[in-house]
Design a binder for this molecule. Structure first.
Ligand code: THU
Length: 142
């Protein structure tokens, strides 16, 4: 059927890995540049080959040019060897889990391992669940 996405089973992410990601995201959040919104964000992810990548939001006087924390994260992903993401989370300035914005779900989609696990305040979900019927590289091949 066209336009549907099935989520293959992915290996579960250990609680200790979520803890590491949470600490790395909180660290990244401390480096945020958010003088306009005052809303600092840190994001962190584990790659399939076991690396940890992270990023913070970087705002701009031209508000719409703002880079979300996930932009820095995917930049670091590539700068440190590329690969695919298997677990992701992001936190706000108070350290609480937030859900990635719509644009950043698209960024995650591009670099996801199948079943990329996303931890939100509501629990663990997948990028496939957060971005149904996503537009991805395969659409360009059609
Ligand atoms: N923000 C992120 O960094 N990631 C998200 O997924 C949601 C929003 C940032 C952008 C802006 O600097 C601030 O949060 C307020 O929207």
């Amino acid at each position: 059927m066209t336009g549907t996405t099935t989520t293959p089973p992915a290996s579960p992410v250990a609680a200790a890995d979520w803890d590491r990601l949470r600490a790395a995201a909180a660290d990244a959040m401390e480096r945020a540049y958010a003088p306009y919104s005052g809303f600092r964000v840190g994001a962190a992810a584990l790659t399939e080959d076991g690396r940890l990548v992270s990023g913070c939001n970087v705002e701009n006087a031209a508000y719409g040019v703002t880079l979300c924390a996930e932009c820095a994260l995917v930049g670091q992903l590539h700068m440190t060897g590329g690969g695919r993401l298997r677990a992701f989370l992001c936190v706000g300035g108070d350290g609480r889990l937030i859900t990635p914005c719509g644009r950043c779900r698209q960024l995650l989609w591009e670099f996801r391992a199948p079943g990329l696990a996303v931890l939100t305040a509501a629990g663990v979900t997948t990028v496939e669940a957060l971005l149904p019927e996503a537009f991805g590289p395969d659409a360009l091949e059609a």
